[in-house]
Design a protein around this ligand. Structure first.
Ligand code: KIV
Ligand code: ZN
Length: 515
């Protein structure tokens, strides 16, 4: 059997640290189920000590996902490790992932600790985590800028303390493949107990080398790779899961190793991450970009028509891209709807499918075609999460270069209509100000992205926005033929998430009081 490389997915932790990528607990659960279908080996579900929301989502993922190892991140302190264990202990296969920086830069400026203190803390942290959980990973943060003999000392100590996996992250995306190779070989040569652990890498993409560095590490004996869907993550992101997996598979002649990933789930996973985070993949992104399998040049088209092998090293179907897109309308059946949902990355139970079908046929009665947006909103709002509290009933806006933009909005809440108007810097601003007046909650728009889903000037526009409501921020998504309407829907989507979040928080507080 081909030797396997373990895939450790950190989309829900490092990926979620991308500016603007925050997800709700329900979104995270949905993605965790998709990662299980993708057959990753480890899901890093979050950083439990960082917030109540992170703790709760790790806890729920640990309870629901039974076939994959569920890891939580913890600094090397008792408080962090205890909180992490509390969150992951319900998992079928729990893991505590502790980290501590080992570079002199981090020691001097961030930790203000000596090398001796770091060595002792690392050893203690792994020993303590191990007393709680049989699977412990240690990460030497900023390992690629750490003094090599000292790094080896730390690695030896944490393996002695029981670390099942030792990770050597390129935290700041600084290293180069040739240099990383030397570093890994040095560790393998100078750490006497290295064979008692699995070596892992975790590469950031600041110089665009995260995937190249990860692949080099695999070529040099590393057997766990940490990565994210679409390469999202802190700053320039993390190594992209789909690129690593497809490189190993396409060039098995070169690597001689494989992963357990079901590659046909790559595209649905990518689509789901885009839909949940609002972070749109660039069209020329390898593997999952819109143009990744598109041939524009005449010579290429001619070649591909004659024989695909001329210009295609992978088939779109290998990564789960369907050649003919299914269109859902009035005459579609349940089977087509189930398939369409699978294309979008959702696996529905029979009961969910029936409910979605009934709801969507009502939409299809009004529109010729049901858009992906309607399908996703149905799952998120009607099946998996409580239905939206506020809905848009009416919106009218005026704008232009000679007019003061004005908008009138009517929202519906529990059957009651509420109306207000506002002026603003453009019709979108005016519409959102009108909604703010009705809902009486202040907010700041942190991010606004619009893209066309279909072609032409009559295209359906899709708006993603991140709305900061003070203590928390949510991503909202809306689609419409009218960009102001799509924007108002996106804003309301984020606002409805706020309401559900507050209700859940109140429930938790009431429960805590009654105990
Ligand atoms: O980039 C990094 O070093 C990390 C560690 C916590 C693994 O994310
Ligand atoms: Zn990282």
């Amino acid at each position: 059997m081909t030797e396997q490389v373990l895939v450790f997915d950190t989309t829900l932790r490092d990926g979620e640290q991308s500016p603007g990528a925050s997800m709700t607990i329900e979104d995270k659960l949905m993605l965790a189920h998709q990662l299980e279908r993708l057959r990753v080996d480890v899901i890093e579900a979050g950083f439990p000590i960082s917030s109540e929301g992170d703790f709760e989502s790790v806890r729920r993922i640990a309870q629901e996902i039974r076939t994959v190892t569920i890891a939580g991140l913890a600094r090397s302190s008792k408080g962090d490790i205890d909180r992490c264990w509390e969150a992951v202990k319900g998992a079928a296969k729990p893991r505590i992932h502790v980290f501590l920086a080992t570079s002199d830069i981090h020691l001097k400026y961030k930790l203000r600790k000596t090398r001796e203190e770091v060595l002792e803390t690392a050893r203690w942290a792994v020993e303590y985590a191990k007393s709680l959980c049989s699977d412990v990973e240690f990460s030497a943060e900023d390992s690629t800028r750490s003094d090599l003999p000292f790094l080896c000392q730390v690695i030896e100590a944490v393996i002695d303390a029981g670390a099942n996996v030792v990770n050597m992250p390129d935290t700041v995306g600084y290293t180069f493949p040739t240099e990383y190779r030397e570093r890994i070989l040095y560790v393998r040569d100078h750490v006497p107990n290295v064979d008692k652990t699995i070596l892992s890498v975790h590469c950031h993409n600041d110089l665009g080398l995260a995937v190249a560095n990860s692949l080099t590490a695999i070529q040099n004996g590393v057997r766990q790779v940490e990565c994210t869907i679409n390469g999202i993550g802190e700053r320039a992101g993390n190594a992209s899961l789909e690129e690593i997996v497809m490189a190993l598979r396409t060039r098995k002649d070169l690597f001689g190793v494989d992963t357990g990933i079901d590659s046909q789930q790559i595209y649905p996973s990518s689509t789901m991450v885009t839909n949940l985070t609002g972070m749109i993949v660039q069209p020329n992104k390898a593997i999952v970009g819109k143009n990744a399998f598109a041939h524009e040049a005449g010579i290429h088209q001619d070649g591909v028509i004659k024989e695909k092998l001329t210009y295609e090293i992978m088939r779109p179907a290998d990564v789960g891209i369907k050649e003919s897109k299914l269109v859902i309308g009035k005459h579609s059946g349940r089977h087509a709807l189930k398939k369409k949902y699978e294309e979008l990355g959702f696996q529905l139970s029979d009961a969910e499918l029936q409910k979605a079908y009934n709801l969507l046929m009502k939409v299809a009665d009004k529109k010729k075609e049901v858009h992906d947006e309607d399908l996703i909103a149905t799952v998120r709002n009607a099946l998996r999460v409580a239905p939206p509290v506020y809905k848009i009933k009416y919106i009218q806006s005026t704008g232009g270069n000679q007019l003061i933009a004005t908008a009138t909005v009517i929202l519906e809440k529990e059957g009651q209509a509420m109306q207000d108007s506002a002026t603003g810097d453009g019709p979108v601003d005016a519409a959102i100000k009108a909604i703010r007046k009705i809902t009486a909650v202040d907010s700041k728009l942190e991010q606004y992205t619009v893209r066309s889903v279909t072609g032409g000037t009559d295209a359906v526009g899709e708006v993603f926005m991140k709305v900061d409501f003070g203590k928390v921020a949510f991503i909202g998504k809306g689609a419409s033929l009218d960009i102001v309407d799509a924007s108002a829907r996106a804003y309301l989507d984020a606002f409805n998430k706020l309401i559900h979040y507050q209700a859940a928080l109140e429930e938790d507080q009431a429960e805590a009081k009654s105990q």
